[in-house]
Design a binder for this molecule. Structure first.
Ligand code: CA
Ligand code: CA
Ligand code: CA
Length: 213
């Protein structure tokens, strides 16, 4: 009881957390105005989609790999023979304690067409996303302790996405990192999940009832 009241007091005493974020690429729906978590019109059989502005094409921090389809995919995108997309966040400081990556992608299908090999400052990450075709998806990816340590040591986060073992068509709208925890899913998601479980429970009760009839 005493511990709970101490924690409540601490929560009241601490002010709002000052968050910072760094973004590569712009949040413009892949340069095509596609809404978040929506179907996209890119066709893997006639790829080479390029929705970049001239400034995005000329960028060197990884912005040049956004708003294209398919990313660093020789023969199916505008990046020539490149097979690794590298996104470099700089000027991050050295006092991170927690952090997350938010990124908007078009149809990652790791289990169908092979996974990409992804590293954060050289540390291998699990990027086995399966969003399906033709879907865009916003992902929130919590940074591990060793990645946080490497950011504090270098002031940078270099994300490398290597597609050499993947034939997947995919794209990026933007990538954003922040020095706060990843947001928890919307309450509506939980409500829908609970409603779904309720329906399932009802259906199985009905089934049992029918069997008993
Ligand atoms: Ca753009
Ligand atoms: Ca795909
Ligand atoms: Ca964009």
């Amino acid at each position: 009881m005493r511990i709970i009241s101490m924690m409540a007091l601490l929560a009241l005493a601490s002010g709002p957390v000052a968050a910072a974020s760094w973004q590569i690429g712009d949040n413009d729906g892949f340069g095509a105005g596609i809404c978040d978590n929506c179907p996209h019109p890119f066709d893997g059989f006639s790829a080479n989609y390029d929705g970049r502005s001239a400034a995005e094409m000329a960028a060197t921090d990884g912005t040049q790999y956004t708003d294209t389809y398919s990313t660093t995919h020789p023969g199916f995108g505008p990046h020539g023979s490149e097979t690794v997309a590298t996104f470099t966040f700089t000027g991050l400081g050295n006092s991170w304690t927690i952090g997350h990556l938010e990124f908007d992608t078009a149809d990652f299908q790791a289990s169908t067409f092979g996974g990409v090999t992804t590293t954060f400052n050289g540390i291998v990450q699990n990027f086995g996303f399966n969003d399906g075709f033709p879907n865009t998806a916003i992902h929130f990816f919590t940074l591990t302790g060793s990645v946080i340590d490497s950011i504090n040591a270098s002031g940078e986060l270099v994300i490398a996405i290597d597609r050499n073992n993947s034939g997947d068509f995919y794209g990026f709208d933007y990538l954003k990192i922040s020095d706060v925890a990843a947001p928890i899913p919307e309450p509506e998601t939980y409500a829908m999940l609970l409603a779904g479980l309720g329906i399932l429970g009802f259906a199985s009760r009905r089934r049992r009832q029918k069997l008993a009839d």
